[in-house]
Ligand binder design. Sequence first.
Ligand SMILES: C[S@@+](CC[C@H](N)C(=O)[O-])C[C@H]1O[C@@H](n2cnc3c(N)ncnc32)[C@H](O)[C@@H]1O
Length: 281
Amino acid sequence: MARRRSLDALYALTMAQRTFHLPDSPLSSPGDGDAVAADGAPTEAGQRPGTHLVGGLLEMRRQHGKAPALSGRRSIDPIFRPGDLDRLTRWCDPSDPRQLHIEIGFQYGKFASELCMADVGLRYLGFEVRHKWCNEAERRMDKAGVENALIALVDAREVLGRVLNEASVDAFYVFFPDPWWKKKHARKRLISPSFIADVARWLRPGGRLVVKTDVAEYADLAEVVLRGETRFEVTRLDDSSAGLPLTRREVGCARRELPTWAFEARRCIDPPDDEPSPPSP
Ligand SMILES: C[S@@+](CC[C@H](N)C(=O)[O-])C[C@H]1O[C@@H](n2cnc3c(N)ncnc32)[C@H](O)[C@@H]1O
């Protein structure tokens, strides 16, 4: 209870930053009030779950949308090619001994390509909502000779729950996520308590989520939400590279001497079932 109160206080502090609208209930449970209507206005909780996704719901897009021109042997389109969901499921097979690293919002694919070449023994899975970035990443990966990547054109939140098993991912990377400044768009932000709870569930004990941003308000939001997840041990990193290849945006920030923030959320090892829980304060 005390922990909850201090998180609320920290959250209230970030609320003071008026230009960065925050969803009304940042510490609500998964699915609570996630729905927004097509014009972005909140609907009754649960009425249209999932409409906060970038690009809209999978079923809705299948019905009304047009398949984008996606090329490349690593690219999959789970929205317009339903068979691609099977390929995605096989790529995430928990019995595959290779590590599974997932990046959300890879854009140019610079980090992806360099990570894959630095460790050819891992499985990389990238998500992007714009097809031009998938094609760009394909070109970059072709040039580098990447053989251990799969990239999906879809909002990661739409499909991860369908293809991932509990404790099956070694690393999640969320680098410079879109801040969605406008109040009516704030619900599209990737970092939310419900999504972070899912990430904690999908990570193996000892696995980590790395979040980077160049938006001070988003850094505050991320820190509050990550620290609110009790399965995480959260560190604000002094070395914002986190020992990883840099993203294109990160290079741009460094060149212009702009500040960036990075957090590592490490999935704690679960206590054994028979261990008594600590007394509450
Ligand atoms: C500001 S850019 C950062 C790109 C890159 N990570 C970097 O650091 O250079 C954010 C990217 O995330 C993508 N994106 C936003 N929301 C997404 C989501 N829910 N799932 C997948 N990609 C997303 C956007 O299309 C965009 O390319």
